[in-house]
Each structure stands twice: as C-alpha cells, then as structure tokens.
Design a protein around this ligand. Structure first.
Ligand code: NI
Ligand code: MN
Length: 217
C-alpha cells in the first residue's frame, strides 16, 4: 500500500481502500491531482484548507465524508458520518477519530472541535494529526493503537506545531516513519523540512514528500 501526498495536509492512503484526507485542492497553490477514486473522505476540521473540496468530491465519487458531528450538520448534499472522538468502522475502514488542539470554524462561526485520525488498514497504522499543537496524550495513541507505522505531522508553525514541537510529538508517538505536512503552502508557514529531519533523525525516519509523490509502506 502507499501514502500519496496531494499537498498541505491532503493525503490519500491507497491500499485495499482509497482513503482521502483533508482534500484542499482548489485554491491550494501546491496541490497535485487526486490519485484514483476515493472510497472514503476524512476531514479533520472545518477550516477551508482542510475541508477544501470535500463536499464536491464526495458527490462526484460517491464517497461519504467522515467528520465531527457539528461540522456534518453544515455539509449539505453529501453523505456524511458525523461522529466524535472515538473508534469507528465505516465502508470497511477501521479508524479512530482522536483529539487535536486547534480551533474549527467556517465563515467566522465556530463549528465543533478539531480532530486527527488513526487509520488501521492492511495491517498498517497511520496517524494523521490534522492541525494541532503537541500534547502529552499523543503518548496514549502509541500505547492504545501503536506501533504507528507512519505519522503525518504538521511542522509549519504559526497555526500548528513547528519543527521543535513536532519533534516532541515524535518522541511521544514513536512512529517508524514521519512525513511532515502543513508547511510552505502560505508565507506564515514557511519552513525547511530538512531542519525537522535533522532534529529527529536519531528518533525516526523522515520522508519528505513533494506534492504528487508517494511512499510505499
Ligand atoms: Ni486549521
Ligand atoms: Mn490548517
């Protein structure tokens, strides 16, 4: 199976199912094309750079959207599973919606909480942190659901963790591979991923993907 980077926080996990996460494509200056038809769309929170084209893509590919219950109330015309932090199995995909320390809003209106996802598929465990600062309960994720094969962590700073905080997250999550995300899309989150690699190279393997690149796992 593979992990395909669309850009920003948008990824596809492509194995026995095609799982699309945070499909911010139109309006994203560094977005690559979709890789195959998604079976399920996971959205971490309501901000435009994460919800992105979820509703349109959901309708086009007949792929339901999973998101926080409060956000699902606002997504008209798409099939949604509005849930909250906890484990679920939808369309044959096992995953856990987990907390993230971040806000969530649309057009200035607060909408529910922000989340991350831990996806278990084809014997692999993949954690997408969403937008978040580092928090101690990340240690619970590795305790409960680990070993984590791949962690997708924001490193851009300003809205999320920067490299120092993400390095602490690596210590708590103990993933085999880390892929940095949520950097260089906009000026405030400019970041050199090689610096992040330097900080954590003794703890984990860092894969720096460009939009349109994929990693076999
Ligand atoms: Ni956000
Ligand atoms: Mn964001």
């Amino acid at each position: 199976m593979k992990i395909y980077y669309i850009g920003h926080s948008a990824f596809q996990i492509i194995g026995s199912k095609n799982i699309l996460i945070d499909p911010f494509i139109s309006g994203n200056p560094m977005a690559a094309d979709l890789n195959g038809k998604p079976d399920l769309i996971l959205v971490t929170h309501a901000h435009g750079d994460h919800l992105g084209d979820a509703v349109e893509l959901s309708k086009r590919y007949n792929a339901p959207i999973v998101c926080m219950y409060d956000l699902a109330q606002h997504l008209r015309g798409a099939q949604t599973y509005g849930m909250n932090y906890g484990p679920a199995k939808i369309n044959g995909v096992d995953f856990v919606m987990v907390p993230a320390w971040h806000s969530s809003s649309m057009n200035g209106q607060e909408i529910g909480n922000a989340a991350g996802y831990i996806v278990k598929i084809d014997g692999k465990t993949i954690y997408h942190a969403g937008d978040t600062f580092v928090f101690g309960d990340m240690a619970l994720f590795s305790e409960l659901y680990g070993p984590i094969d791949v962690a997708l962590l924001p490193i851009g700073g300003y809205f999320t963790m920067g490299p120092i905080e993400a390095a602490k997250a690596v210590e708590l999550l103990k993933p085999k591979i880390v892929i940095p995300m949520h950097y260089n899309t906009f000026p405030p989150i400019r970041q050199d991923p090689e610096k992040f690699r330097e900080i954590v190279s003794d703890r984990t393997h860092v894969e720096i993907l460009q939009p349109g690149e994929e990693l076999d796992i």
